[in-house]
Design a protein around this ligand. Structure first.
Ligand code: PXL
Length: 268
């Protein structure tokens, strides 16, 4: 299974491509990368970080790839550095996704009901147009709100289901409890064990595992089950081991959740 991960390289802080590469490799995938930006750290909690937008380089990289005839089973996009990049990713999907390939979009916009630095309403509106081309989207509760204007995660999910067949809202807090909700012909809910605290990079850990599972032929419910288990164990470990959560998740020693799940299951 060959997957293209489109995301930034944050050199420190364990998110985006530095997470996608090892996690997808543990899922047995051949992972190619299209970096969107190069940062000294991610933008969540660090100050003074460097940011190099790779808009022009992405175009050159893709023009070269076209001469190689590359085609992907899965394209998984995450952090995009500009509105122009969102447009470009639509083009990448058209050029490089196999006709029966799967397009997974993590619409990275924000957390704690706020935009990440550099993003705004017009960026969210553009991101919605990318979500409309996806088979699966994985917003957190904040992103579901920023995409739909609905604070209630289930109502947001219902709105998202009108633009994408399989929206998945990764953390919904209601009076009923804490759960992941997803749409698969109808709204479905999976209860989650909440660990107190904020875990930077959890969305990337989860989305990378999900893309690896769904691309390898696991069902939607199976893919969610495996990714939730992997992400939850990584969060528990991070809560115990990482004093400063902006340095990201200690997911590495939990990769066996994925390698075990994938025993005998790898697509060529
Ligand atoms: O994990 C999401 C993410 C990805 N990439 C960059 C970020 C963030 C969240 O802060 O800053 C650069």
């Amino acid at each position: 299974m060959r997957i293209l991960a489109i995301n930034d390289i944050s050199c420190v802080g364990k998110c985006s491509l530095t997470v996608a590469l090892p996690v997808l490799s543990a899922c047995g995938a051949t992972v190619d990368i299209l970096p969107t930006a190069l940062l000294s750290t991610h933008t969540g909690g660090f100050t003074g970080y460097t940011f190099l937008n790779l808009d022009d380089e992405m175009k050159k990289i893709c023009d070269h790839w076209e001469t190689l005839g590359l085609q992907y089973d899965v394209i998984y996009s995450g952090y995009l550095g500009s509105r122009a990049q969102i447009e470009f990713v639509k083009d990448v999907k058209r050029r490089f996704l196999k006709p029966d390939g799967i397009f997974v979009v993590d619409p990275v916009l924000g957390d704690h009901f706020q935009f990440y630095k550099g993003f705004d309403e017009s960026f969210a509106a553009e991101m919605r147009t990318l979500c409309a081309l996806a088979d699966y989207i994985l917003p957190n509760d904040t992103e579901a709100f920023l995409l739909t204007g609905e604070r209630d995660a289930v109502r947001a999910l219902e709105k998202l289901a009108s633009i994408c067949p399989h929206p998945i809202v990764t953390g919904a807090e209601t009076e009923e409890g804490y759960f992941l909700c997803y749409f698969d012909g109808a709204v479905k809910k999976i209860p989650l064990n909440k660990v107190e605290g904020s875990f930077h990079g959890a969305g990337d850990v989860f989305a990378s595992a999900f893309a690896g599972c769904i691309g390898n032929g696991f069902s939607l419910a199976e893919s969610l089950g495996i990714s939730i288990e992997f992400c939850h164990r990584s969060i528990v470990r991070t809560a115990e081991e990482v004093p400063d959560k902006k340095y990201g998740m200690n997911y590495e020693k939990e990769l066996s959740v994925l390698t075990d799940a994938f025993k005998g299951k790898f697509r060529a």
